[in-house]
Ligand binder design. Sequence first.
Ligand code: NAP
Length: 311
Amino acid sequence: MSAREKVLITGGSGMVGKNLVSALDHNRYEVLTPTSLDVDLSDKRSAFNYIDKQRPGIVVHAAGIVGGIQANLAEPIRFLTKNLEIGANTILASLNAGVASLINLSSSCVYPKDIGSNLTEDDILSGKLEPTNEGYALAKITAMRLCDFVRREHPELNYKSVVPCNLYGPWDKFHPKNSHLIPAIIHKVHNANQRQDSQIEIWGDGTARREFMYVADLVDGLAKAVADPCALPDTMNMGLGYDFSIQDYYEAVAGVVGWSGSFTYNLSKPVGMKQKLLNVERQRAWGWQPTTSLVDGIKRTYQFYLKEHAQ
Ligand SMILES: NC(=O)c1ccc[n+]([C@@H]2O[C@H](COP(=O)([O-])OP(=O)(O)OC[C@H]3O[C@@H](n4cnc5c(N)ncnc54)[C@H](OP(=O)(O)O)[C@@H]3O)[C@@H](O)[C@H]2O)c1
């Protein structure tokens, strides 16, 4: 029997990492999922020692300090510096250890704030960033460019970046302090339903649009990339190619939870970009599309929330 290929998933205890572990074929891969206690990737020595010792064939880099708009606004220094360190250390330690392939998870916040839709990979670095998550975005862009520079100096290596749209699903964060939109809505609507509240406040007027992909779809695409990293484009958006308004997300969650009240709008709260919709032509040409509907994705995420978080 031939040896299984060693796959290192950084951020293996996070939402993307945990879902990816389930999606990979463990007969084919030996999967490493160190936590930040096993290896602190923001520490150069720790990152280099771990990756040099393990020498994986491929790294899926999904570690980072990740949070919603409130966390990004509150701690821009940490979001910039920790993510810069984690990105640079992981990529350079992989290069140092002779890792042949690395799939770097970037984020759609790398796109300029003034282009709302049809965001193509060539738009990155063509304009000013959205101020609410600028620190995080700068760190993500730096890691992407580092992958580009690795390929420029070492054309035989597959150091590539995928740019997923917003994600949601099992193992998401549901606490209002660090949650993204959909888990925050689930938590809010669930609590309103428990308390039998008749109204829920939406930040902004509810018309801003967002593209959210169910995380099981993303990791299905990542598993395809792990199986053949050469075929993956150097930089590729991963998304639905369509979006919904914030009001639509509230209504979909209310339908799944079974809450029937009305919404109020707090126009003094920040909502970020009006729209941020990825162009997915490159992804389509690569031969992959997500398949989970919004309602199915929310149903499965709510089941996870009820099991893991709801009191
Ligand atoms: N969530 C989204 O909507 C979304 C959208 C687009 C792109 N992405 C990207 O996808 C990746 C994964 O996101 P996620 O939602 O899965 O994040 P997450 O659930 O917050 O998980 C983050 C992971 O990073 C690890 N980590 C943090 N600091 C570390 C350190 N110093 N050393 C080692 N590991 C460290 C954490 O490990 P510990 O728990 O052990 O600290 C955790 O496993 C990120 O790069 C993110 O930018 C996410």
